[in-house]
Design a protein around this ligand. Structure first.
Ligand code: AMP
Length: 372
């Protein structure tokens, strides 16, 4: 429904004269009011008229509209820096070696290349390592086999575990960024490879990979209307506040890894057993350091011990409250590599989780149907 249509409908609803007269004890007039003719037959009208928009609502809408308009005129190419590196891993590489390469290069995913067929073979992500971990956990006697797993074995592992392979979505770099975001939302992917076709060989080639963070940072840097998003989180339908997966420092790390898989989430807040305060967050990327070099013994550690393995350059945990607004959250995204914010109440206890998936979904879909 367009904005202009709402007040028009409401003014038609208002003069319901016959009812008014009956309530007053008068005889109802026998003529019908014009609004009765205009009412579509068989459709009940809303009993409570929509609340008029407050200036803060109008600004919020304006902010979202500006972000979407921006995403529609920019392409994924625009997000890429002028110069960048791309690390592609050959599917014949051993899984344990791939872990070291990721760690050495400070990355958490990489496109795969099948040199037998000279084709792009999907994206290697933390989910693949979690699958290997689960396979090992179910078949602890098969350690020597797990040790020899190559990246080409990942699909077999998926089959053995009975997990649905994560569909590798990709996008042409010249397509609008908005389309890349929609594809990521639909597939719940947190990153998307940009795949082009080589003019000479007619083969597909991976240009780069864009992440939710890169896209939202690009928006934060370039769309000044993000400053219009002044409604507090508590008034928005964004983030998760119920059914939160949490753990304690003494929870076995494998239990937390199972939670990540079961709920398809990328982090689990770690709470203090006594007071319930948030002490840390275990992230899916933490599994990379945990099984570094193909060392699966550390999977018997508890969360506290596992978190000690984190590298010193860990960027920390970001928190906010339901009073915070997306304008300041976009400021944080502009300044720091944040992937999620833990929402705390006034006593420092966990109230919810706001991740980049939530922000992207809100920015793309909120009130989308209202726009013409
Ligand atoms: P993510 O993959 O972390 O971006 O999260 C995907 C969805 O799961 C988002 O809607 C998050 O708000 C939600 N989520 C993230 N972490 C948790 C958690 N620990 N418990 C429940 N839901 C979560």
């Amino acid at each position: 429904m367009s904005e202009a249509a709402e007040p028009h409908l409401r003014s038609n609803d208002a003069p319901n004269l016959p009812h008014h007269n009956i309530a007053q004890g008068h005889i109802a007039p026998t003529f019908v009011t014009p609004s009765s003719y205009l009412r579509p037959l068989g459709h009940s009208r809303p009993t409570t008229p929509a609340k008029p928009l407050k200036p803060v609502d109008i600004e919020q809408r304006e902010g979202l509209r500006a972000i979407r308009a921006f995403l529609k005129v920019r392409t994924s190419y625009d997000v890429l820096p002028l110069s960048f590196r791309l690390i592609i891993l050959d599917t014949s590489l051993l899984v344990k070696k791939s872990l070291n390469i990721l760690i050495q290069n400070g990355i958490v995913s990489a496109p795969l290349w099948d040199s037998d067929t000279s084709t792009f073979a999907g994206l290697l992500t933390t989910s693949d390592y979690i699958n290997v971990i689960q396979y090992y956990w179910q078949n602890p006697d098969a350690l020597s086999r797990v040790d020899q797993f190559r990246l080409s074995s990942l699909r077999e592992i998926e089959r053995a575990l009975g997990v649905t392979p994560i569909e590798t979505v990709s996008i042409h770099p010249e397509r609008p960024l908005y389309e890349a975001c929609r594809r990521m939302l639909e597939s719940r992917a947190r990153r998307i490879p940009l795949v082009d076709v080589d003019d000479e060989t007619n083969r597909s080639m991976v240009v780069s990979v864009v992440t939710q963070y890169r896209i939202l940072k690009f928006v934060a840097v370039n769309v000044k209307e993000t400053q219009l998003l002044k409604k507090p989180l508590k008034e928005l339908n964004v983030g998760t506040y119920t059914g939160l997966a949490t753990a304690y420092m003494d929870t076995p790390v494998m239990d937390v890894i199972h939670m990540l898989v079961k709920k398809n989430i990328s982090s689990v807040p770690i709470l203090d057993r006594d007071g319930g305060a948030v002490l840390n967050v275990f992230e899916a990327v933490d599994v990379i350091t945990l099984i570094k070099g193909g060392n699966y013994e550390d999977l018997s550690l508890n969360v506290g011990e596992a978190l000690l393995k984190r590298s010193d350059d860990f960027s920390g945990i970001y928190t906010c409250s339901v009073q915070d607004r997306l304008d300041t959250i976009f400021d944080t995204i502009r300044r720091s590599r944040v992937h999620r914010l833990v929402i705390l109440n006034e006593h420092g206890k966990l109230e919810g989780v706001l991740t980049l998936s939530d922000i992207l979904e809100y920015v793309l879909l909120e009130g989308e149907g209202d726009e013409t």
